[in-house]
Design a protein around this ligand. Structure first.
Ligand SMILES: C[S@@+](CC[C@H](N)C(=O)[O-])C[C@H]1O[C@@H](n2cnc3c(N)ncnc32)[C@H](O)[C@@H]1O
Length: 252
């Protein structure tokens, strides 16, 4: 069963399902995701270059046989690179133009995406670009296991307990959002997209006396995987696919 987040359209007959496939380990693909992929008329897989499988496609290939993929390319230039935002917007529109004919033909399209489709995924951008083009398919999502859930499990970290709160922040252009979250006191914090600033993240946590217990998971479930305490992480930069968990402060 999937959760619907938009009403059926009278103009576009197709159905678009954002399917979360988990962070990397094919074993974390859920049965609901498998069923959505198997039932779809078409499985659309985002990639940076259509000659190479993207991460989500690699996960599904590791879990399921006999799936055909329609690769659609997405620009991943970050915002802090000149022209990055507009390059990404153009690529969302181009991707929507590619997917639209399938939906207009009444197909059920499963768009696969790593982790969960409602957490920092390209899926909402695709939906929004389709609407810009005047396409209004029925949209729904199938949840996926997130990278931070996998890291909590793999590192033996209890993420939240009792009345703990959680901040999920990004560090694509530095550790400002992390510092902001640390200012709220003893809540747990998850940092996404902090690969380029892993040293700065470590230094900020040390300054706030929150480095103890912080764990890092890089390329989880994928080749090059590394899971360790942030104190032990010695490289100057990490992959884009890196997650940091800062547990809520432990009672002294
Ligand atoms: C575009 S967001 C995708 C998030 C994803 N939708 C989720 O629900 O976890 C990319 C960020 O997710 C985290 N991430 C996703 N997959 C990961 C993996 N296999 N290993 C470590 N971190 C991962 C990293 O922080 C990365 O920068």
């Amino acid at each position: 069963m999937t959760t619907s987040n938009s009403k059926s359209s009278e103009t576009t007959r197709g159905r678009l399902i954002g399917v979360g496939v988990g962070p990397g380990d094919p074993g974390l693909l859920t049965r609901n995701a498998e069923s959505a992929i198997r039932r779809a008329d078409r499985v659309v897989a985002p990639t940076t270059s259509t000659s190479q499988p993207g991460r989500a496609e690699s996960v599904v290939r590791g879990a399921l046989d006999h799936v055909e993929f329609t690769r659609v390319s997405f620009d991943m230039t970050p915002n802090d690179v000149d022209g990055g935002e507009s390059a990404r917007e153009r690529s969302h529109l181009a991707a929507a133009a590619r997917v639209r004919p399938f939906l207009d033909a009444g197909e059920t399209v499963a768009f696969i995406t790593i982790g969960d489709p409602n957490i920092y995924s390209t899926f909402p951008s695709l939906v929004s670009a389709l609407r810009t083009l005047g396409s209004t398919p029925h949209v729904s999502t199938v949840p996926g296991i997130t990278a931070f859930q996998d890291l909590a499990s793999r590192s033996g970290t209890v993420l939240l307990d009792g009345s703990d709160s959680l901040s999920l922040v990004t560090a694509l252009s530095g550790a400002e959002e992390l510092e902001h979250a640390l200012g709220y006191g003893e809540r747990a914090i998850v940092v996404y997209k902090g690969g380029r600033y892993i040293r700065e993240i470590s230094a900020v946590l040390k300054r706030f006396d929150r480095l103890d217990g912080a764990v890092v998971g890089e390329l989880m479930g994928l080749s090059g995987e590394r899971i360790c305490s942030l104190r032990d992480y010695d490289a100057d930069e990490a992959s884009y696919l890196v997650t940091v968990i800062v547990p809520a402060r432990l009672p002294r």
